[in-house]
Design a protein. Sequence first.
Length: 623
Amino acid sequence: MNKKTHVFALLCLGISWVGFAQQNEDSAVVEQLDEVVVTDSRFALKRENSGKTVIKISRAEIEKNQGKTVAQLINTKSGIEVNGSRSVAGQNISTFVRGGNNRQVLVLIDGVQVNDPSGVANDFDLRYLDLNTIESIEIIKGAASTLYGNAAATAVINITTKKASKNTISGSFLTVVGTNQNQDNQKFNAANFTNNVSVNGTANKFSYVAGFGNSYVDGLSAANSENAEKDPFSRYNMNVKLGYQFSDSFEIKAYATHDNFKTDIDGFPAPTYTFADTNDAYKSEQTRVGLAPKFTYNNGSFNINAAYTKIDRETISEFSAAFEAESYVVDAFNKYNFNDKFYTIVGFNYGKFQTIFADEKDYTTHDPYLNVVYVSDYGFNLNLGGRLNNHSEYGSHFVYNINPSYKINVNEGYAKVFGSYATSFIAPNLSQLFGFFGANPDLEPEENATIEGGLEYNTKKGLLLSALYFNRKEENTIIYTSAYENASTDATVHGFEVEANVKLIENLNFNANYTFTELKDGVRLRVPKHKANAGLGYSFNEKTFASINYQYVGTRTDTDFGTFSNVDLDPFSLIDVYFSQKLVKNKVKLFVNVTNIFNEDYFEILDYTTRGRNVNLGLNITL
């Protein structure tokens, strides 16, 4: 089946399923209508009162995707292309949201921003994460600098780790064994191993979560060449989270995590400096500790999220380099509800970020911010806020957001129209200013302005439809030529997203999304102009579940470093299947997933290996 046939079949199937759903809507079960979202306002608001199309990945969805990585799961959502997630396990991950890049995406873990001050993009490395330690993920797209500060220009990925059980002691054990092979090697040898064990519980006022996980993947080379040596990837994670409820009004949580991974990589050896199979390696580890006290009072609460992170990483090659980075983050904020209509948050965020290059370099930020949410009785809602970014190198920059929406009740559900205008500020990072390669201390900060508008229709009959247009203008975009510099012209990225979530019949769900992304001026590497995802999941009963998922990625531009010219990569389509069966009073679950079932041969990154058909078998025991 060729690519055009894949796309045509997907569209026809989607149209027929939507029509079928309308005939069977009376038997559907309500799921998404009363969904609560947090990230876009920091308050637990019903989705109908939010002025954004927030993506929420629940624990239930995570459990139906066991065997995947965080990057692979996020990559199925609208507006997002996680480049590298289909390649060898140790491949660098680039998160492109609405045509942006890594440095425009902010990652939060349990409410605290995480990043690597020594990294070129000042981003967070998703390879650290173990999906089995996560409770939920919320993603808001568009500028969110008012609430979250520097770098939150195209998206905020808010990750919440697993919570303690209400039982005195509970436990979970997961093991996955799978293959790791390309399109030309289909011997189905075991080469992918993942394990995770955790214990958690609550005893009186004390709660605890502790876990350990490890992963080892072998069998493939990053360089797509004959007789290339294998590039294994290994990772382990340790985490502990403690909480104590002193009273109804005061609680405190503390946590510590240590994540470590090592991967063999291929590089660009002399004298040709073209990509080839080499004996290079990369290793990275991070340690995070944090404290989160919360004082609750009548109609409000005062919260502090404080964290310290240390990162050590090293590249071993002809261009070896080692980095040490530290960050200190304190976010103190007061949430107050005047009534059930006005929700306010006033906060102050402090950060210190430092890295050792030839000598130690650092910068600090201290940002006051204010956000107000108004929820009316007649359908009008407004999310309004401002933040004063105070940067030790670049002074003060004011950013703001205006996000109105209007909802009407329709057919035991609602229809909503929404829009927003938001600005963001992205300072050059330490590597761009003072690093080993192409540093430029005269860089100017990047400023973005984003406009978006859309519609959403949601019913109790199990139908959710949404469509959104976005337009982002970038000034002083930081680019790399012979060194880092600010682009001489502004860049504009625009596009639209369409999503559908349909309860076809009892226990049968269909979801799909399509994203169109276009850069009006210039080139963005590896960002597809067209991307579509679709999935069909069926629960035969409370113990048995099966799903099939489809992904289409359109033509992208990449650079051929052999000729230093840009080339177009062909579009490709992938189909995955998943099946799970619960046993022993639902305490034991067996699952299997098959990825790239038709063994599609394609490039995700020019000259890099991609995974062919692979199989994972898993066992999950909960106590």
